[in-house]
Design a binder for this molecule. Sequence first.
Ligand code: CA
Length: 475
Amino acid sequence: MLLCSFSASPGNYGPGNYGSLGEEVILMKTKQLCVGILYRVCLFVTGLLIAATMTETATASQPPNVVLIISDDQAWGDYGFMGHPHIQTPRLDQLARESLVFSRGYVPSSLCCPSLATMITGLYPHEHRITGNDPPATPGVKGLRNLLRDPTFVAVMDKMDDNIERVPTLPRMLAERGYLSLQTGKWWHGSYARGGFTDGMTHGDRARGGRHGDAGLTIGREGLKPIRQFLDKANQAGKPFFVWYAPFLPHQPHNPPEWFLSKYRDKTDSIHVAKYWAMCEWFDETCGQVLDLLEEKKVADNTIVLYVCDNGWINQHDTSGYMPRSKRSPYDGGVRTPIMIRWPGHLQPAKCEHLASSMDLAPTILAACGLSTPAAMSGVDLLDSSAVAARERIFGEVFTHNAIDIDNPSVNLKYRWCIDGSWKLILPNSRNVKNGEIELFHLTTDPNEKHNLAADRQEIVARLRGHLEANWQPE
Ligand SMILES: [Ca+2]
């Protein structure tokens, strides 16, 4: 526009600027020539500007790609950016500097299968009905290896897996906007296709070890080739993509490469703890490799990266196992996780102290990708700051590891919990927790949940209990 205005100005070519007729004629011809050239230049530049505008519009209307990074069995504080004194997570620290970080993030359920099912559906376990990792064991058949060969057990597994086809999932919903979706890592519901992914690693064949990821569990531990190939495929197809990156990390087996383990051997007197810490750094390295891949393929600027962990893990001192107040428990060691969202050009990096839940991931992704959120999803769009600030409480529910009844979540329930501001209520279900007691903690002053205030603050117990009953009343 500036060039056009300049070339249309008559002052530069006015006759009063020249001394003789001959000169004037020459100058007039020169002027006409110049005007002609400038006119063409103008048209060319205008064309370029229109083309550039159209390109911008096309880019703006191109839905963003989505990468969901899911840690497996890692406590909420076990990152550099969350303040751990020894564990080094340089790549996730960098992601945190570039992201909207919810340091008070939670998952409703502190066990892998129901937790992941919540992320991909935006539903509570009592809603998607996937409450445990496995169905009830067949009487008389002992050991998972034998159970996976038992036709009765496998038939019940398949029936339990049907639940994922009964509910909307992110890949199925994103497909409505033309997305290609890739499953890598953990996946509990048979083939990746049952969740609506267009591409994936997990075959789900029980005869070949299908249970919680099979071939998918090599991702990260053995490189990222399937993701690299998928990004090329999406690029060639000209389609937006969704990547589910749920590696078997830092999950057991805790067998970190020696170059990581050597950094932690002298940081603790427990080799088991040192190995877990090294696993956290190994996982961090693979997250960095995923982010590098986005840069290499030049898609990072139009890709939303979300981060969450499926459940906590506090390693025991004397063995490679978890402490009671971590995985499978309703305590923060089991259900709390940082949640991060990076979206270059759309989201200012910041730290948010409001509550967040993995229930929010699906609504957040759908909104960012221009899709409406099904009414059944009760989470909020985490990019809607007013909705985040307005929410007063979040809920969770913890079930038995093996479902007792695959059709009725109430039968499998162990605990419900609610966080309202700084207060956290844990309500045991007497059906599956013998001699359990109601617990109330003030997380701000008692982050390790050591001081049960339920007896002293019964009015708060009653209030939070009312909220829990309003959210879900088990049978
Ligand atoms: Ca897990």
